[in-house]
Design a protein around this ligand. Structure first.
Ligand SMILES: Nc1ncnc2c1ncn2[C@@H]1O[C@H](COP(=O)(O)OP(=O)(O)OP(=O)(O)O)[C@@H](O)[C@H]1O
Ligand SMILES: O=C(O)[C@H](O)CO
Length: 333
């Protein structure tokens, strides 16, 4: 299962036996890299995390002010070249906070400052955005249906927005978070005067560093929680209907989990079917117990005692096996 973030492509390819494709793209920090995408019939599956994923950059090298989503636009172009008529765009697990500006640039939009010069890559540069030129937007986009599979429902700006909630995990300091938030606000203001509509507060606008906002505003993408799209394509509801017990989990379960992450979506489907759910997570963070009202029967942390995060990750497979065994023993006795 997946929720739009990393793993979405793998989950959909394994459920549908689709074709795994690969494309040379610019990574978030400008390095050339191969990124995977998928073709299920005429439907392309693109994961932001494949081109601009947080996991692709070690913590000490993360540059949230400069990281750029250009590679995501290149993947969309590859899907258009392959004549896809529907694109599922998975949002989540990104290293970028650029409001999708890089993606737009790759698709032909010119983002200009007051002097008419193109902005440099990254979220910080958006504070100088003064004008948009959308005349070069790839015309094929008008003929393709873009469905966003979003891992969260956060708005673009403010305390629940992309920069405040997800900036820190991308390496942003508090000052940088504030600067990035103002930059995204400027993007939203310029878009509001260009398009005459304002989608900054729509659910999911703040996903993938604000790329959600660009997808809804420029690409007219429809939005659904990613976990719902993945569950539908994988036939999860039918599988769960025939099941005694469901396991789900993620790195850290906390209040954020309820905003559209995989475990919350899985638990909701299991709850409808009356099947108990055990959630296993590396860590249980603040607010995780709110999941108990949403279908999770019991949640457990994997760690067996005090240990470093590195040790916990290194032994994750064994810890997961142990904790699954422990939980199942309680259930069967
Ligand atoms: N194996 C683990 N053991 C202990 N803690 C972990 C483990 N994996 C992740 N964590 C904790 O969870 C945090 C989030 O990790 P990660 O981004 O992988 O998880 P996630 O909750 O699945 O993320 P996402 O927001 O993309 O759904 C980590 O910073 C760490 O504190
Ligand atoms: O990529 C991100 O910013 C988070 O996963 C939220 O979408």
């Amino acid at each position: 299962m997946a929720d739009g973030g990393e793993g979405t492509l793998d989950a959909l390819l394994s459920a549908t036996h689709g074709d795994r494709k690969s494309c040379r793209v610019l990574g978030a920090l400008g390095e050339v890299q191969e990124a995977a995408w998928g073709l299920l019939g005429n439907t392309a599956v693109i994961e932001v995390a494949a081109a601009a994923g947080l996991e692709l950059i070690p913590p000490s090298l993360r540059r949230p002010m400069k990281a750029c989503s250009f590679g995501v636009g290149q993947l969309i172009k590859a899907a258009l070249d392959a004549h896809a008529d529907r694109i599922i765009l998975g949002l989540g697990g990104s290293s970028t906070n650029d409001g999708g500006a890089g993606m737009l640039a790759a698709l032909g939009v010119r983002l200009l400052d007051a002097k008419g010069s193109q902005l440099s890559p990254g979220g910080a540069a958006l504070k100088t955005l003064a004008k948009l030129d959308t005349s070069g937007l790839d015309p094929r986009l008008a003929l393709v249906k873009i469905e966003v599979a979003s891992d969260v429902d956060n708005p673009l700006c403010g305390n629940s927005g992309a920069s405040h909630v997800f900036g820190p995990q991308k390496g942003a300091t508090l000052d940088q978070v504030k600067e990035l938030d103002l930059s995204l606000e400027n993007l939203a203001n310029i878009c509001a005067s260009h398009f005459g509509t304002d989608q900054r507060d729509c659910a999911g606008a703040g996903a993938a560093g604000g790329l959600g906002f660009a997808a809804m505003t420029f690409l007219r993408a429809s939005f659904r929680p990613g976990v719902e799209i993945v569950a539908e394509i994988c036939g999860l509801e039918a599988e769960i209907g025939d099941t005694d017990l469901v396991f789900t989990g993620e790195g850290r379960m906390d209040a954020q989990t309820l905003r559209g992450k995989t475990p919350a979506g899985v638990a909701r489907i299991a709850q409808r079917a009356g099947v108990p759910v055990i959630a296993l997570a590396g860590a249980l963070g603040e607010g995780y117990d709110a999941l108990y009202a949403c279908g999770v029967s019991a949640a457990f942390s994997l760690v067996s005692g005090p240990m470093t995060l590195d040790a916990a990750c290194e032994h994750a497979e064994a810890l997961l096996t142990d904790r699954a065994r422990d939980a199942t023993r309680l259930w069967i006795t």
